[in-house]
Write a protein that binds this ligand. Structure first.
Ligand SMILES: Cc1cc2nc3c(=O)[nH]c(=O)nc-3n(C[C@H](O)[C@H](O)[C@H](O)COP(=O)(O)OP(=O)(O)OC[C@H]3O[C@@H](n4cnc5c(N)ncnc54)[C@H](O)[C@@H]3O)c2cc1C
Length: 444
């Protein structure tokens, strides 16, 4: 046993309610990765009647920060149907750079990590509207999927579906930006202006009064990201799932049984494997001759006590590339897209800049800051990889959810559970093909 959870190895019998479906097989399916995507998938698979084991590694050295699933902004961002790779992004690149005061940075010491990724992303900038259509199809049901999941977790109040606000200070830039949002494709979301009353309500929590503001509807927020993760794990265990703490180092396909080898030497067997460990999928897939060009697109947050009385939905300050979300007594300010190695040391200048934003905005603060950095798992076309691995029908993948992993986890889980149960997929999965970057298995 480890961490109070059932340990399941080749020699040991399956524990918990994990189905013992054969002499050596300890589960119907092993899910590798216990972030928000892996946990949601594990629960839905277990609820579909499959003996399921979740394998999750503790936060890795050298930094030991929790994964992005814990550190994100909690925004159910149904409006973000446009993949970030676009000609517009290229045009705005110079002013987005960190050294020019923007949020975008590159780990210059790691050119072997970001240069090949950037070359693919550049190509994706000119791929037309297909990515937007694909992302829209996933996002359309993302908020209802969260509501269904929260209800199943016995906590419907975890999901706030009252939208978010985007605010700008005095000046024509805000007017132009708000106009662009009003004209943009925002999928199933909707946008309206904000009136004087709402402006006053917001101004009571800031040191200034927003000159321009938009309210987004049909977007949402998780009221407590950590609680959602804990509830997912608890629901999975009480449904009879098994959890094994440890890092998977190899996934070995076989005929009827697939093997997952852990860092400590243990070997788990199952009829199928779902690879869902965020950026970690890249290294697990390489030996299977599938290229998964994931990069650690790192973001930073700072968090503090607001001191009571703060009741605003998520606030987006587009001119600062900043989102501020309330989680109970705490406020979290998140920003930055840093393309680098996941092992790179954190850049303290980014935390300092976040703290300066908090001060400049006049957000209420009744404590010091805690600091966090973590990696979004991002593919160059800003679409997740979902589905069966080319050449290996018993191995599935759910990774690459970029800025939208929190938003898309429940939808992803429903899709994956449907595939495994042979119910097909409600959305066309071709754009999310895990083999789309390169698979030796299908190109022989
Ligand atoms: C600053 C910031 C703000 C964000 N805000 C939002 C937001 O508001 N809304 C939104 O939708 N998304 C947001 N995101 C993105 C979101 O957090 C990610 O897309 C999401 O966390 C990805 O989830 P995941 O489960 O795929 O990966 P992760 O969160 O990275 O979790 C992966 C898990 O797998 C484990 N693991 C890794 N390798 C192995 C292995 N070999 N064996 C076993 N286990 C392994 C890890 O330890 C970890 O527990 C934000 C991200 C950042 C950085």
């Amino acid at each position: 046993m480890q961490d109070g959870h059932p340990e399941t190895t080749r020699s040991g019998a399956a524990t918990g309610d994990v189905a013992d479906v054969g002499a050596d097989i300890v589960a119907d399916i092993i899910v590798v990765g216990g972030g928000i995507v892996g946990r949601a998938c594990a629960l839905r698979l277990r609820q579909a009647g499959l003996g399921t084991i979740l394998v999750d590694a503790p936060p890795a050295l050298p930094h030991r920060f929790e994964s992005a699933s814990f550190g994100n902004a909690g925004h159910i961002a149904t409006e973000q149907v446009r993949p970030l790779t676009s000609p517009a992004l290229l045009r705005s690149l110079p002013r987005r750079l960190f050294l020019a005061g923007g949020a975008l940075d590159v780990g210059w010491r790691y050119p072997a990590v970001w240069a090949p990724w950037a070359a693919r992303a550049l190509r994706a900038c000119f791929a037309g509207q297909a990515g937007q259509r694909a992302l829209s199809s996933l996002l359309a049901d993302a908020l209802p999927a969260w509501q269904r999941l929260a209800a199943d977790l016995g906590a419907p109040g975890l999901v706030a579906a009252d939208g978010h606000l985007m605010l700008w200070p005095e000046g024509s830039a805000g007017l132009a930006a708000a106009g662009a949002w009003r004209a943009a494709d925002i999928g199933s979301a909707r946008v309206t202006g904000i009136g004087d009353d709402e402006r006053d309500r917001i101004a009571a929590h800031l040191s200034w009064r927003p000159a321009t503001g938009l309210r987004f509807h049909h977007t949402g927020q998780l009221r407590d990201v950590a609680e959602a993760l804990h509830r997912l794990e608890a629901a999975f265990l009480s449904a009879g799932g098994g959890i094994r703490r440890g890092r998977a180092v190899r996934v070995q396909p076989g005929g009827g049984s697939q093997s997952v080898v852990l860092e400590d030497g243990a070997e788990l067997l199952a009829r199928r494997v779902l690879i869902a460990p965020g950026v970690g999928a890249r290294d697990l897939l390489r030996p299977l001759r599938v290229t998964m060009p994931l990069i650690a697109e790192r973001g930073y947050h700072v968090e503090w006590d607001h001191g009571g009385g703060y009741d605003l939905p998520p606030l987006v300050f587009e001119d600062r590339a900043l989102i501020v979300t309330r989680f109970g007594d705490r406020l979290r300010a998140a920003s930055f897209v840093e393309f680098t190695s996941e092992a790179a040391p954190p850049d303290p200048r980014k935390w300092r800049r976040l703290e300066a934003h908090v001060g400049a905005l006049g957000l209420p603060r009744a404590s010091g800051f805690t600091r966090w950095v973590g990696a979004r798992p991002t593919l160059p076309d800003y679409l997740p990889a979902l589905g069966t691995l080319p050449g290996h029908p018993a191995i599935l993948v759910a990774c690459g959810h970029q800025h939208l992993g929190l938003t898309l986890a429940p939808r992803t889980a429903e899709i994956i559970a449907g595939l495994v149960a042979n119910r097909g997929s409600p959305v066309d999965l071709a754009p999310f093909d895990p083999g789309r970057f390169w698979s030796w298995n299908t190109r022989r």
